[in-house]
Design a protein around this ligand. Structure first.
Ligand SMILES: O=C(O)CCC(=O)C(=O)O
Ligand SMILES: [Fe+2]
Length: 329
């Protein structure tokens, strides 16, 4: 990656976009955020969420256009928006997502929502952190080995978000509040795949069970064969029993994604936007100190359309998706 973020490999960079906010844009944005924070008090305020798309006109042109290109043209599978507006010190990294004084993060969260709103509708998942619209990614004592954003010593394996569900999010955004140790988010995208070397026919067929024995059987790839979408969560996904061809096809897809893996080290203030259909993501392992200086990201997910999850949300405007109601068959 360019300046604010660093890559592990010296080789042609994958298609990760980079947008820098300029100095004059930063001060205009700081004013905008202060005004919005005063007006709405919460980043999940329903009226604020309703105005997100319109508020896009106040974003720096490069940011707005970059996000819209990602959404409508699929120009990149991931973009870093660097050096965002000056924001207050978020305070020490908490030991748990439950104990965070949100009032100190209102401007951070409004910034994240303004970006998210250009990529669809923010929504969240009932099982994740009490259904908060913005979630915390931070190491939690006792969760070191978990395959979640609360883990640390275990490498977080490549996955798409909520792969189990047919109506999962289209994008996720990670806002870095602190990353003093330079712990990398890992990324790999469809743009770097050698499609001719893959068994596309098998990968486009419903040969893979996602989740436990009752999980849905779905293709690993879908959409356009020359630029496919991904549905992958390899630790929790396998070809059906006895399907050696399907298993081989999945293994070689995972191998290519691993070979093309890129480390993206976010600095505080950076926002990483990931297309959840076109890239897999994960995180390098690290040892947490639990002394208030550990890595801390705030995360938001968006869907391009709220309607597919209507059955699982409380009202037309509800943002919390009850995953039990969305369970595919
Ligand atoms: O910690 C990271 O960089 C990624 C965490 C993650 O997988 C997520 O937030 O969905
Ligand atoms: Fe994730």
């Amino acid at each position: 990656m360019q300046s604010a973020s660093r890559t592990r490999k010296a080789r042609p960079l994958p298609a990760i976009g980079k947008i820098e906010v300029t100095v004059s844009e930063r001060s205009a944005l700081a004013e905008l955020l202060a005004g919005l924070a005063e007006r709405y008090h919460r980043a999940d305020d329903a009226q604020f969420l309703r105005t997100l798309a319109r508020l896009g006109q106040h974003l720096p042109a490069a940011v707005r256009i970059g996000l819209l290109d990602m959404r409508y043209l699929e120009t990149t599978a991931a973009t870093v928006i660097g050096h965002g507006p000056e924001l207050p010190d978020p305070g020490p990294t908490p030991g748990s997502w439950e104990t965070i004084p949100l009032s100190g993060l209102i401007r951070h969260d409004i910034w994240l929502m303004l970006l998210a709103g250009q990529l669809g509708e923010p929504l969240c998942w009932s099982v994740w952190q009490d259904g908060h619209l913005i979630n915390d990614i931070l190491p939690v004592r006792g969760a070191e080995d978990e395959q979640t954003g609360l883990g640390s010593t275990a490498q977080l394996a490549f996955h798409v978000e909520e792969a189990l569900y047919d109506d999962r999010c289209d994008y996720l955004l990670l806002h870095c509040l602190r990353n003093e140790d330079g712990i990398a988010t890992t990324l790999s995208s469809v743009e770097d795949l050698d499609l001719a070397a893959l068994d596309l026919e098998a990968l486009f067929e419903p040969r893979y069970r996602i989740g436990d024995g009752n999980g849905p059987v779905r293709p690993a790839l879908f959409g356009a064969p020359d630029s496919p979408y991904l549905r992958l969560d390899p630790p929790y996904m396998a070809a059906l029993h006895g399907d050696a061809r399907g298993a081989r096809a999945l293994a070689s897809l995972c191998e290519q994604l691993a070979d093309n893996a890129v480390d993206v080290v976010l600095d505080s203030g950076d926002v990483l936007v990931i297309d959840n259909f076109r890239a897999v993501h994960g995180r390098q392992p690290f040892r947490a100190r639990y002394d208030g200086t550990d890595r801390w990201l705030r995360r938001c997910t968006t869907a391009r359309d709220l309607r597919p999850t209507r059955v699982a949300r409380d009202g037309a405007e509800g943002r919390v998706v009850d995953l039990e109601m969305l369970m595919p068959s």
